[in-house]
Design a protein around this ligand. Structure first.
Ligand SMILES: C[S@@+](CC[C@H](N)C(=O)[O-])C[C@H]1O[C@@H](n2cnc3c(N)ncnc32)[C@H](O)[C@@H]1O
Length: 379
């Protein structure tokens, strides 16, 4: 069958209002909990996690957890005191987990368009404030659209980190979402988010199927389009953190989706002023980030071991120097051909999440227990 494929990553086939209303109906009325999902897309893979993250998750109220529809773990490192914005926070599971990890001096803002989801999130603010022993809440929930953060009075140049878990695919206008996110991030801040990606641009009959859209499949971006959109907005190259193949788990959907493949992938996109171009350099991780004392797994291809000198390219050098990671590294000018005992040279990187799921690194990531280093997942 001939399928008509969009010619541009942001071609919109259904009016924005129609998509927003269909998605609100899906998450506000149709779904009452994780078990109502009709496919496997909005189910998080069993990801190994650091003990502190497991502890934080166990503190989250069960009503909030029962309405979790994420597809990945969104816990960047070095969180203490950070201001975090969660795009499409749903019932607030990730907001509350991060509320525990940023500590009382930090702030977590969740933005969400569906009232029923927001009601659950807001209902449990006091519960978590008490649970974490804080004098006042460090979590707030705002009603609004992720395509219109400024209209929702989200402050510009304010956030250290933006997270999002399985939401950007649901937006009819991904370019605007990235532009708005870029606008509210501080310089040096990052968008760290999990989402569903496809191995090609999807055809019109899949992109206009409302249930497939609601299930986070119909609106999935071709992963290469994420790289294009990010560049257009002014972010650094999206750096892949983790990726897991998605099995559909529904025969009817599988027939419509045919040979298209999907992954759940986490990328980190930094906002670094373009004027600050950097040369490659050598860095040493000092091991002072809580929970990452022995090594820091920065992305799928860069794991910094404590006290080990590593040569990194100019873009990564700019990211480390300009972001909250600056104080965690010692920087040295890159001396060409210097091969010290502790000097590791850069690997060739490939940000394709589909290839990553087939590589040694992709499987090692799961098998070795990732950041906590235990042989099995902690939670
Ligand atoms: C798959 S759920 C994920 C929710 C949450 N991140 C989690 O992990 O449980 C998607 C959520 O994003 C919200 N959402 C979708 N599109 C949105 C938009 N354009 N603006 C604001 N929220 C949106 C939906 O209402 C829904 O609650």
């Amino acid at each position: 069958m001939e399928r008509s494929v969009a010619s541009h990553p942001v071609d919109v086939l259904m009016p924005e209002l129609e998509i927003h209303e269909a998605v609100k109906d899906y998450y506000g009325r149709v779904l009452k909990g994780t078990s109502d999902l009709k496919s496997n897309a909005c189910l998080s893979p069993t990801t190994p996690m650091a003990p502190a993250v497991c502890r934080a998750l166990k503190e989250v109220h069960p009503e909030v957890t029962s309405r979790y529809y994420g597809c990945g773990l969104v816990v960047p490192e070095c969180l203490e005191g950070c201001r975090i914005l969660d795009l499409g926070c749903g019932a607030g599971r990730d907001c509350y987990m991060l509320s525990c990890l940023v500590g009382e001096r930090g702030l977590v803002t969740g933005i969400e368009m569906t009232e029923a989801q927001l009601d659950v999130a807001r209902k449990h603010v006091d519960y978590h404030t008490k649970k974490f022993g804080y004098k006042k809440p460090n979590t707030e929930f705002v009603q609004g659209y992720i395509e219109a953060l400024q209209r929702a009075k989200i402050k510009e140049n304010f956030y250290d980190i933006i997270i999002s878990n399985c939401v950007v695919n649901l937006s009819p206008d991904k370019l605007r979402v990235l532009k708005e996110a870029h606008h509210v991030l501080k310089d040096g801040g990052e968008l760290y988010f999990s989402d569903i990606y496809c191995n090609h641009r999807l055809p019109a009959e899949i992109r206009t199927h409302k249930v497939l859209w609601g299930e986070c499949l119909g609106g999935a971006l071709w992963w290469e389009d994420l790289l294009r959109l990010a560049q257009e907005v002014g972010f650094c190259t999206p750096r892949l953190v983790a990726a897991t193949a998605v099995t559909i788990g529904n025969k009817e959907f599988q027939t419509i989706l045919g040979d298209y493949e999907f992954v759940s992938a986490t990328y980190r996109l930094f906002k670094i002023p373009r004027s600050l171009s950097q040369s490659s350099c050598q860095v040493i991780y000092d091991g002072n980030i809580t929970g990452h004392e022995n090594f820091l797994k920065f992305d799928a291809y860069h794991t910094f071991k404590k006290n080990e000198m590593v040569t990194i390219d100019g873009e990564l050098a700019g990211i480390l120097k300009m972001s909250r990671f600056a104080e965690e590294f010692t920087f040295q000018v890159h001396v060409e051909n210097e091969i010290g005992i502790n000097c590791v040279t850069p690997k060739t990187v490939n940000w394709n999440p589909f290839e990553f799921t087939h590589t040694q690194e992709g499987s090692v990531d799961v098998a070795t227990g990732g950041c906590c280093g235990s042989p099995t997942p902690c939670c």
